[in-house]
Design a protein around this ligand. Structure first.
Ligand code: SAM
Length: 254
């Protein structure tokens, strides 16, 4: 297991720390070269750029790389604007409430796009089925599926507080009677209750989740993973989606 697998937040902060240290040490050299102290904003831009490149190099996803790129200049900007001190803990709290499962379970929040939702819709068996989205995020995938398949039931499980609250409210506003969102850890759910389980998580939870699915899901039910495979478990089918990120839906028939 790599450092990145153990704690991506720790690894990202460590990269920023090492780059900041290196730039601090190199500052006199740059100053000697250009004849004046390098402006702080340049250093912040350089820090973001180098941290972003290193972060990509060690295999982080694009959203993490973008966060690494923009964090130093934004922090400097916030300090320059002399924002009140309480704003930083509030921003940190909001980030924690949204990206709860990055820190806890190493799964970030990114969303299934519409083309992929449509492909998932095409994979649902005919007739009434019960479908779960494990880690349902803002709930958009299930809202689309629930309105397209009114005879079926759709359940989203989510533990990141803000995305869960948003999915719950948006679900209520959609007034779909066949749609529900539960504040529930996916590893505490009974997967035997579902005909189709869909997930879009990260490589980290997949082996444990697949073991759970194999133990609990009924014969004939479908386990669909967006993008992330299970080492040593060849999918029964792979659907290549015609979207920009060339999404692959990996399908196992239980
Ligand atoms: C990549 S997002 C996918 C969101 C949604 N399924 C979609 O496709 O648009 C993964 C979601 O899984 C949630 N998640 C990760 N681990 C979880 C767990 N153990 N229990 C519940 N939700 C979890 C995260 O908070 C995040 O919202």
């Amino acid at each position: 297991m790599s450092t990145r697998d153990r704690s991506p937040v720790f690894a990202a902060l460590a990269i920023q720390g090492v780059v900041a240290g290196a730039l601090y040490l190199l500052r006199p050299v740059v100053e000697a070269g250009i004849g004046y102290p390098p402006p702080l904003f340049w250093l912040a831009l350089a820090q973001g750029l180098i941290a972003g490149i290193v972060t990509r190099g060690v295999g982080f996803s694009l959203p993490c790389v973008i966060a690494q790129l923009v964090a130093p200049p934004l922090l400097l900007l916030a300090l320059a604007l002399d924002l009140p001190g309480w704003i930083f803990p509030v921003i940190l709290l909001l980030l924690l409430l949204v990206f709860w499962n990055v820190a806890v379970g190493r799964v970030p929040l990114f969303l299934t796009n519409r083309t992929t939702s449509a492909a998932v819709l095409g994979l649902l068996p005919t007739g009434p089925v019960h479908v779960a989205d494990l880690g349902s995020g803002l709930g958009g995938t299930l809202r689309a599926l629930a309105s397209a398949r009114p005879e079926s039931r759709f359940t989203g499980l989510e533990t990141a507080p803000l995305p869960f609250a948003m999915s719950w409210v948006l679900g209520k506003l959609s007034a779909a009677p066949n749609l529900e969102f539960r504040f529930r850890d996916i590893f505490r759910a009974d997967l035997g209750a579902y005909d189709v389980v869909y997930c879009f998580l990260s490589p980290v939870p997949m082996p444990r989740l697949f073991e759970k699915a194999k133990a609990e899901m009924r014969p004939g039910s479908l386990f669909i993973s967006n993008s992330f495979t299970v080492p040593g478990q060849t999918p029964d089918e792979i659907v290549e989606v015609a979207d920009r990120r060339k999404t692959k839906l990996l399908i196992w028939r239980m």
